[in-house]
Design a protein around this ligand. Sequence first.
Ligand code: PLP
Length: 393
Amino acid sequence: MSPRLYIDNAASQPLRPEAQEAMARAADLLNPAGQYASGRNARRALEDAREQIAELLGADPAEVIFTGSGTEADNIAVQGLAFGSKAHRGATVIASSDIEHPAVMEAVDWLTSGPMGFGFRRLLLPVDATSRVLAQQWIRAHGTTNAQPADIALLTCMWANNETGALQPVHELAQFAREHGIPFHTDAVQAVGHIPVDFHALGASTLAASAHKFGGPKSTGILLARRDADILSPVRGGGQERKLRSGTVNVQGAVGSAAALASAIKEMEQATATQTAARERLRAAVESIEGAHIWTPREHSLPGHLHVSFPGAEGDSLIMLLDAAGVDASTGSACSAGVNRASHVLTAMGVPVDVARGALRLTIGADITNEQVDYLAGILPRVVEQARAAGMA
Ligand code: PLP
């Protein structure tokens, strides 16, 4: 087997050669706002990247905003749409679920229960045991909740969950939002580059993506924002990027993102086939381990995710043992990395804390080999046994 198996692609994917080459070509570009030759050169490269991304994601170039990360794109959308709705419509309810990534969840918490007293309150979207938001149930109930559509400042739902990989009913939610004039944001950080994404077909107000999740550079986010989206951005400054994300634009990052996205989309079909086959073989290996729980649904999920729990084992022990065996994996929960805490996604699904603490997220790359799958499937039972023997912290 090759020296190490990297199976944490949902955390960050290796830089694609196409992105690396495009970024090397763009390395010397200067400030795209400059009113002189070097500025024009940088601007041309930036606008080419914007056009390419727009075309690949079903958006207009003017709707593509480059940001400093997926987290920043989420924050501009969540805070900006909420502020816009409050300022111009007096709406103060934010509807979101408990399975969002901290990039959205913390922003919603900040607005609804943070120390600043922004005056928003939260309406919870229900989630089922497979980590899917119950859109129809919520839509049917909206008339009987104490928030009417006119009160809703923002409806937000991720496209795919970063832990379980479960795809969310974003089309149903976007349609409901559109019919009622509610701004709708989707955190598509795990979806873009992995499944087909069409911004106009979805009809959301905003969508967040992050280049390093599809083989682009780190700290380069993309926010798609409809022109009529009422966003009062929390990022204030020189007014770049439609005044939504002030700050000198990272042209090299934009160019790398466009190249990576083009490559990811070109290879998507093949990648999906490879990942699905590997995932199902790993699923069978996990199923054979006593007491194992598998959280990733077989249907309606990202092809490369396999999120599991082994009760009696600590997630961090599993990761350390795998690391020692040459495998890079994670528990999958951003906030619990390095801290023995149960994942908020699993607890939102109703999973007991002791079961949730034995979580392991395997996220498969498109270049995985049969030999690597066999190796991982072969060592897993022993790793689980050793982690169980080590006990819970
Ligand atoms: N949203 C989701 C669903 C994610 O998985 C992540 C990263 O793990 C983010 C947002 C944050 O993206 P970034 O690392 O670019 O800030």
